[in-house]
Design a protein around this ligand. Sequence first.
Ligand code: ATP
Ligand code: MG
Length: 427
Amino acid sequence: MFIQKPRGMHDILPDEAPLWWRLERTARELCARYGFEEVRTPVLEYTELFRRGVGEATDIVEKEMYTFEDRGGRSVTLRPEGTAGAVRAYVEHKIYSLPQPVKWFYIGPMFRYERPQAGRQRQFHQFGVEVFGSDDPACDAEVIELGIDFLAAAGLEGLELELNSVGCPDCRPEYRRRLQEYFRPFAGQLCEDCRERLERNPLRLLDCKNASCRRIADGAPVITEALCDACRRHDEGVRRHLEAAGIAYRLNPRLVRGLDYYTRTAFEVVEGAIGAQGTVLGGGRYNGLVRELGGPERPGIGFAAGLERLILALKAKQAGEPAKTAVDLFGVAVGEEADAALTRHLRRLRRAGCRALRGFDGKSLKAQLKAADRSGARWALILGEEELRRGVAILRDLRTGNQKEVPLGELENWWTEERDYDGSPQS
Ligand code: ATP
Ligand code: MG
């Protein structure tokens, strides 16, 4: 019986891979420009890390984690997000004792047991960044700027940046109390999850995707009026820097992140074309997290962008044209001896940076030339017994049909000259 891939997980086939490279390259180049360095943490962590770092009263921990016991009886979890692992590494390697701020980025797969739909998968990929050790509003603005630049460089347009402050441990408790006061009379009309949230995590009542809960939430008090002076000043600072950078934003006092560790700045970038799953990037400040995970007091801020959603949005506007990997040369041999010689000479060419393919299975000259055409190669390198005896190869330009002989000893030179002349292929 044929076994399919697990539900909610996807194969990225070769016709899509170049698009992924492009996104990853864009992310890496931008990060270099902003001074962010790459960190690669394990895909698997001890479950406790996410329970503490993401928060017990979150959708992720309550119902979305891939958790199991390893063979030693320890509970482990496939990472549902990147921040907890990054913070663990920051603490574990005492990065907090180096000069701050520390600016990191990551790219990789995340796992959440969700109901699969367009833009919502069980394995998906995120590009994310974290800055540790600065509480400067300019730092918040820089992180947001990097996120916006990334999405724009990837080819997205029509982006909306939504911005809010979720307060801090000084002012949030009072706001939570006000929220509870507002929602309690509606308890009977809330969904089951929201009735839970009412007691455990009332801020998340604002985040419910259920239409009737949303209607009730529309009348809820907003956090803006409940912020303490320090949070208000921070928020004003962030906006001042965003304005200086020329980045447009929309204040959304109902924007709360699903994770407990966020303090102050919270933001999301929404793309209009892909509908319900339109949030392509989300992030915020998490000043309490490093402490929560056993480190010293260190502020932090970051974002994560969902690459599948980004690709969906690109495809919706047909900017995601899949590119085929380019081929420079296709080797064709006639006869056993020439066949072995072709192996040797292709190896030399590949070492010189030439993207060279060949046919297999002893096909006829005609069939091999057809395959050469189909490959999209610029050149066919043809070797028969006669050529071998004379120590040359025939190089046919498949665009023009012109051909010439090149001594076998000079193949690398020929290639280097062609490449420099053509200017197209890069090794
Ligand atoms: P949502 O409200 O859509 O569930 P979230 O708040 O759970 O999003 P975050 O944890 O902030 O999302 O993750 C950041 C980004 O990662 C999201 O904005 C989205 O682009 C992407 N993302 C999150 N979950 C998924 C998923 N299951 N499949 C694909 N992309 C996802
Ligand atoms: Mg979610």
